[in-house]
Design a protein around this ligand. Structure first.
Ligand SMILES: *Cc1c(COP(=O)(O)O)cnc(C)c1O
Length: 370
């Protein structure tokens, strides 16, 4: 790395090119490049074992499993969700003709506030779609209690929660279905890619049909499915990245330790601490700027970092409820979402990836210490 080169917020974990070439040669010799090929099957098996989940279906990206999960469970009407997420969560509802109903978030976890869910339920509500924001687990117990009481399905957008465990158990087993993204910017990537996690073989079968146009066999189409299959090239790439994922997560862990040590005593800078009993994946390192106490606004800090070639990201800003598609919804009113609005206006995700050097971290910290 150059002394003053650009420090990006993320950097993709890439497999060794020679290793990748070996697998490409296998694909070339088999001449089977998509549609549930050998590497696709192998990656499903290895991921299920690594993630400690019973069943997984691979997808071409992380948005299609969200869209498909709603089809698979026949969700209609209204779905309760968080405005503090990637637009993909909300768009997946829109693409299914479902009305998103935004509920405010908890100021500490940035996840949907379970205390506010019941007030948002109407006769048209059919499901809750929470997000494990930054990989921090939602209050799954409370959410399931409410879902049980009102007969609602729960689909977790777990795009940030690859490998996260609570008490030694995968967080991805919570709810009816959980989705993952393997986009280049995520902890674990297959360039583009994603997955759905389910509890039983029947649901896996159903999802496998839905992601392949609804084909059950050569002549039977059982549902209006979509094409969202992962191909052999990405599956091979994914197999190699899986070999290095633990080392990458440990490197991220060390970055988080350094940030916490160095930023703890800066007035007006808040960050998230580790939770007891949770295996974190260190996917993001958000800080929240209290302009009054820090003496500078979030945007002033964000742009001053950029001037020094340190690229953070205001993730998630602006709030989804302010976008033209959604701002007309009753639940988008900012007095319904005071906490999410405050968080969105104060957040910067600091550079966080496996390849940050000590010099990089010195430079990021110097920006914030001023
Ligand atoms: C990245 C992300 C998605 C979308 O995943 P893609 O693979 O980019 O389609 C969905 N939800 C959340 C919370 C994300 O961070």
């Amino acid at each position: 790395m150059e002394e003053n080169g650009v420090i990006t917020v993320t950097s993709p974990l890439l497999p060794d090119l020679d290793e990748f070439n070996k697998l490409l040669k296998e694909i070339w010799s088999r001449r089977w490049i998509t549609n549930n090929g050998d590497f696709h099957k192998q990656l499903e098996t290895e991921l299920a074992a690594y993630l400690k989940v019973p069943y997984i279906c691979l997808f071409a990206n992380g948005t299609l499993p969200l869209i498909t999960s709603l089809q698979a469970l026949r969700i209609t009407g209204e779905v309760i969700t968080t405005p503090y997420t990637h637009v993909s969560t909300t768009h997946s509802l829109w693409w299914n003709g479902i009305k998103p109903v935004f509920v405010d978030v908890d100021p500490v976890t940035c996840n949907i506030d379970p205390d506010k869910i019941e007030a948002a339920i109407t006769p048209r509500t059919t499901a809750i779609m929470p997000v494990h924001c930054y990989g921090t687990p939602c209050d799954t117990e409370r959410i399931h209690e409410i879902a049980g009481k009102y007969g609602l399905k729960v689909i977790y957008d777990a795009a940030h929660a690859f490998g996260v465990e609570v008490g030694g158990e995968s967080l991805l087993n919570a709810g009816d279905l959980s989705t993952l993204s393997f986009h280049a910017t995520k902890v674990y990537n297959t360039v583009e890619g994603g997955a759905l996690i389910m509890h039983d073989a029947e649901m896996k079968q159903r999802i496998d049909y839905l992601k392949n146009f609804g084909f059950a066999n050569e002549t039977t189409v059982v549902a209006p499915g979509i094409n969202s299959k992962m191909d052999e090239v990405r599956a091979a790439y994914g197999l190699l990245n899986l070999r290095n994922i633990d080392a990458a997560i440990e490197a991220r862990h060390q970055v988080a330790i350094r940030y916490r040590e160095e930023l703890r005593d800066i007035p007006g800078i808040r960050f998230l601490d580790e939770l007891p009993g949770v295996r974190h994946n260190y996917s993001y390192f958000p800080i929240f700027v209290d302009a009054e106490k820090y003496g500078m606004s979030r945007d002033e800090l964000y742009f001053s970092m950029r001037e020094r070639n340190v690229y953070g990201r205001r993730y998630f800003y602006p709030l989804i409820s302010t976008f033209s598609t959604y701002r007309g919804l009753e639940s988008s009113a900012s007095d319904n979402l005071p906490v999410a609005t405050r968080i969105s206006d104060s957040v910067i995700c600091l550079p966080m990836h496996h390849a940050l050097s000590q010099n990089d971290l010195d430079r990021v910290i110097a920006c914030i210490r001023r």
